[in-house]
Write a protein that binds this ligand. Structure first.
Ligand SMILES: Nc1ncnc2c1ncn2[C@@H]1O[C@H](COP(=O)(O)OP(=O)(O)OP(=O)(O)O)[C@@H](O)[C@H]1O
Ligand SMILES: [Mg+2]
Length: 264
């Protein structure tokens, strides 16, 4: 900002480049207690998070710290014990099951820790499924599905069923299925854990491309330190809450937006 703008307290000039970033996802005081077992387990404890459109956030944390639990709540696959999750301005708790499904289909892509592909369908059919659910015709869906499978390096495996694919190939089909609808926000649970270094890099590159081209937000649970560092922010889940990863802990949160996210 120029000197001149600073020195004119009565005139407020708002640059079109300084618009408030769009809030993609927000959770407030999120709590999750599992009470099915012999003892209650409080996994999330008043957790807060804000993610803006186009932000790429890594979530790290020990096994059992609640990373998958958190992603399931963010994606509306499970409901919190208390607290709220807002996606694109919609409070998930105010939606019924069918509306939550529709919201997911329109706004979110989900890569599960264990891929959850449909065993009786081919790779191409699995990837086309969310497009068909959204109402796209079969020819167009097939074209898009094939293009996305090609981008994850599986053009030669379109007709294979999940049982005929390797673990890493299945994971790539799951990634293609999450990205094919060009969702506004993608939640990924250890997306490249089963992949060799080169293939993992290709997937990271694809994510970076979508982020630049479509302003897609990414929330990625990962143990890949180098990849986590390459994103906008690294948050650690510990004792049921998120905080920027401490300097010296292996990562450094580098984004000034950290102050505006209200993790605690
Ligand atoms: N349905 C459930 N009922 C009871 N406890 C559960 C349930 N699901 C998860 N938990 C417990 O909640 C805690 C968090 O589990 P979660 O799967 O979210 O961990 P995580 O951080 O994703 O771990 P990992 O890195 O191993 O995938 C664990 O202690 C787990 O045992
Ligand atoms: Mg997990």
């Amino acid at each position: 900002m120029s000197e001149k703008l600073h020195s004119s307290p009565t005139t407020q000039i708002v640059s079109p480049f300084m618009q408030e970033p769009e809030l993609m996802l927000e959770c407030v005081n999120l709590c999750k207690v599992y009470s099915e077992g012999p003892a209650e387990v409080q996994v999330l404890d008043k957790l807060n998070l804000r993610v803006y459109a186009g932000e790429r956030v890594a979530i790290v944390g020990a096994s059992g710290s609640g990373k998958t639990t958190l992603l399931n709540l963010l994606g509306g696959l499970d409901l919190p014990t208390s607290g709220t999750v807002m996606i694109a301005g919609m409070n998930l708790a105010s939606l019924n099951e069918a509306q939550r499904g529709q919201m997911r289909n329109r706004n979110l892509g989900f890569v599960y820790q264990f891929h959850h592909l449909l065993g009786e369908f081919t790779a191409l059919e699995n990837v086309c499924m969310p497009l068909l659910i959204a109402g796209m015709d079969v020819t167009m869906a097939s074209r898009k599905g094939e293009a996305m499978l090609t981008r994850v390096g599986l053009a030669h495996r379109l007709e294979h069923k999940p049982s005929e694919l390797s673990g890493g190939e299945r994971q790539r089909v799951a990634i293609a299925r999450a990205l094919v609808t060009e969702p506004r926000c993608v939640l990924l649970d250890e997306p490249t854990g089963n992949l060799d270094r080169h293939t993992a890099h290709e997937i990271h590159h694809l994510m970076a491309e979508l982020n630049t081209q479509l302003d897609t937000s990414f929330i990625v649970v990962t143990h890949d330190e180098e990849f986590a560092r390459s994103l906008d922010r690294v948050l650690q889940l510990r004792n049921g809450r998120l905080s920027p990863l401490e300097v010296g802990g292996g990562h450094q949160a580098s984004n000034p937006a950290d102050d505006a996210t209200h993790e605690d």
